[in-house]
Design a protein around this ligand. Structure first.
Ligand code: UTP
Length: 454
């Protein structure tokens, strides 16, 4: 223990050991293991940033070039060529699937990994199973055996692994599922001191979805992809069961443009929707936060009357494996840190449980867009592809996502029953449904269409 005591004291963080003597042997061992993993140099740098939060100059903002959701004229041939290329890459097994599920899902307030949340309107299928079903559907459609990479964090890794085990990996061969963990960082108080969650527990938080890149490298996932001939990563978030993770058009556009990282966007609902938009900041591609757009720019329109800053980021990307390899070479990724000020349930300096302001630090995956030399932005239709579970109630909640799953199932199947659910493995388009409907199990409890054995 003396090593950690010396290390933490030298860094001005010795207070974390104030309760050491009161801990049992097992607690001490667990705490020591936690302390060993803390990067105190990084913690120091982040703490210093708090003291000098810089007023950066506002960059000049411009909208990005977007490949539209509906095309006409010459673009039709371009679209078809790209979709054919994407289908080719999928069939050749060149695409791996990366789900990020290391977040804490605090807005939803669900006790467990968000992916375990039961979102199926009729069957209560979990978010994890929807993603599994979408990937497996792609495997069947294009004739390849998908590999699935799932990022967790220390906060939910054990529970996620257990959930995958209990559910038979949702029909995946466990050998085709690669679970890996992102790093966690200590939360700090306003003075840069590490916060304790309990006497023998640091207050740790996942380091943001930008942590995916370093975790892909350090976990060996990148090497595993290389060994399996995977060149492109389809990156998606756990909260959106509508996501089309194996979209030939998206993959093909990205590949034909020799892009390193590409993004899907949806048109904003209106100027006031609080969503980040993709755009150019001083000519460099990135995500413009809602709060960084002036009221004028939020409402600015193009000659057709559409919002100029309209490319709502849905955090679905295709990323070249060698781009991630390049970014993570030498270990220092250097994505910008974002500061989240939150009320933390933690321990006061005299050891009492309190709720008080603190700071968490995160990096964001979309900041890697600035490092690309080529990148495609594809617009997709919100009603077809985006309905995230973020909040417990209201917009972007389980109720709105279930309603969207039901609506889409009804549109594809033609069934007008009040509650309809359609397993992506049976069909994701009306064409597939017509072809495969004779093979469907139609089960009670509302109408559930799922792949049958007949
Ligand atoms: P969100 O930004 O919605 O955060 O994550 P969250 O932690 O899930 O939810 P709140 O904000 O606490 O309510 C978007 C996606 O990024 C993943 C999440 O799991 C989700 O799929 N994510 C986020 C990570 O994998 N790691 C992180 O550190 C943060």
């Amino acid at each position: 223990m003396s090593t950690q005591r010396t290390r933490f004291e030298a860094a001005g963080q010795g207070h974390v050991l104030a309760h050491w003597e009161s801990l049992g042997t097992a607690e001490q061992a667990a705490f020591e293991a936690q302390l060993e993993r803390v990067d105190l140099e990084l913690t120091r740098q982040l703490g210093e940033r708090l003291a000098v939060e810089s007023e950066e100059d506002s960059p000049a903002l411009a909208p990005p070039e977007v490949f539209p959701a509906t095309v006409s004229g010459e673009k039709i041939a371009e679209r078809d060529r790209a979709a054919a290329r994407g289908a080719e890459l999928l069939a050749a097994g060149r695409v791996g699937f990366v789900l990020v599920a290391g977040g804490q899902g605090s807005r939803l307030g669900f006790d467990g990994p968000k992916g375990a949340y039961e979102i199926g309107p009729v069957t209560s299928k979990s978010l994890f199973e929807w993603h599994a079903a979408r990937i497996q559907a792609a495997g069947t459609r294009h004739g390849f055996q998908p590999r699935w990479y799932v990022m967790t964090s220390a906060a939910n890794d054990a529970a996620t692994r257990a959930f995958f085990d209990v559910n038979g990996h949702f029909g995946f061969d466990p050998a085709d599922v690669f679970l890996f963990q992102q790093d966690m960082l200590p939360a700090l108080d306003g003075e840069g001191k590490i916060v304790l969650a309990a006497p023998g527990t640091l207050f740790l938080a996942p380091n943001g979805h930008g942590g995916t890149l370093a975790a892909l490298k350090s976990s060996g996932a990148l090497a595993d992809m290389a060994a399996h001939g995977i060149e492109q990563l389809s990156y998606f978030q756990v909260d959106n069961p509508l996501g089309r993770h194996a979209d030939p058009l998206f993959i093909g556009l990205h590949d034909l443009a020799a892009a390193e990282m590409s993004s899907k966007v949806v048109a904003k609902r209106d100027a006031a929707e609080k969503v980040g938009v993709l755009g150019l900041l001083d000519g460099v591609l990135g995500c413009i936060e809602y709060s960084d757009l002036s009221d004028d720019l939020r409402h600015a329109t193009d000659e057709g009357g559409a919002l100029l800053f309209n490319a709502g980021n849905i955090a679905a990307h295709v990323i070249r494996r060698d781009f991630v390899e390049g970014l993570t070479e030498g270990g220092d990724l250097d994505l910008p840190w974002h500061v989240a000020r939150k009320n933390l349930k933690c321990l006061s300096s005299d050891g009492q449980p309190v709720e008080r302001p603190g700071v968490k630090f995160e990096t964001f995956i979309f900041d890697a867009l600035a490092r690309t030399s080529a990148s495609v932005v594809l617009e997709v239709l919100r009603e077809e592809e985006f309905s995230p579970v973020k909040n417990a109630e209201g917009s972007d909640s389980p109720a709105t996502t279930r309603a969207d799953l039901t609506r889409i199932a009804a549109e594809i199947s033609g069934a007008a029953d009040a509650a309809v659910e359609l397993d992506p493995r049976l069909a994701e388009t009306p064409g597939e449904f017509t072809q495969r409907a004779p093979l469907a199990d139609r089960t009670p409890n509302g109408v559930v269409f799922r792949p049958g054995q007949r």
